[in-house]
Design a protein around this ligand. Sequence first.
Ligand code: SF4
Length: 328
Amino acid sequence: REVLIDVNNLKKHFKVGRGQTLKAVDGVTFHIYKGETLGLVGESGCGKTTCGKTVMGLYQATDGEVLLDGVNIHKLDKKSKKKFTRRAQIIFQDPYSSLNPRMTVEDIIGEGIDIHGLYKGEERKAKVYEMLELVGLNKEHALRFPHEFSGGQRQRIGIARALAIEPEFIVCDEPISALDVSIQAQVVNLLIELQKKKNLTYLFIAHDLSMVKHISDRVAVMYLGHIVEFANSHELYENPRHPYTKALMSAIPIPDPEEEKRKKRIPLEGEIPSPINPKPGCRFVARCQYATELCKKETPKLREIREEHFTACHRVEEIEKSNTIEVL
Ligand code: SF4
């Protein structure tokens, strides 16, 4: 399979005063195949949105590289950067604040077309109408303003804006989190349909694991700036191996109430710790029931434990071998 995006040891750190550094993304490596969806999941504050924005070039990387067709997007000159933005777009989390309230829908969708000088006059208008229809709206909506639409419709406008310049790669940054549950599935289904029609490649960022399962081919689980587990979607959901992923999975509600009652929940104590000056060792140590002294000293590397299934945990084999493992 052909790789479109190759991310190598990517870091994004922020100086936050008094010699402190917030390590939002701290050395992540993954690739995204052409035409697939890679899900990136984790709790709020794990660095997934910063990761998405750095992959898009909206943040300059502190270290590491993001290759698109082998070219590092963080080393582009202005002209090449513009070409890159035509190939890669982002759909934002909040459809309420990401659309300019003073612009008509036609101008919101047409803005990218103008920046890249793609169409003018009637052709531009026709492209805007085509995009509106593609996302389930119509040309009657073109002269209206964002406040006249519901949240789901606004997110459709955001999707139309991203697609108007015919990108190949889209970072979907929690595109459904701000929407009503009843609308979420509609927007996810629209994204799936558009992916097939336009052969799009997605990085789909979310904290909702059930939605990620529905849309993703492969999934990376992020915790405090690190990727702790990575596998194809089916494998990850059937066979999670990292203690953090197991806890996240066990919290997904099961529709059948009887099965839900029988399910063993793995408690995830406390909040995600601060990413400011994180200590060495496993980032999950403070919340992990299996932690040992080694976990405090050495950061576990992401290693392949089954075919195409990677986990960063010193004790993953021991935990698997025994359900009665001694809790230290
Ligand atoms: Fe838990 Fe240690 Fe594995 Fe980290 S490395 S997840 S602390 S057992």
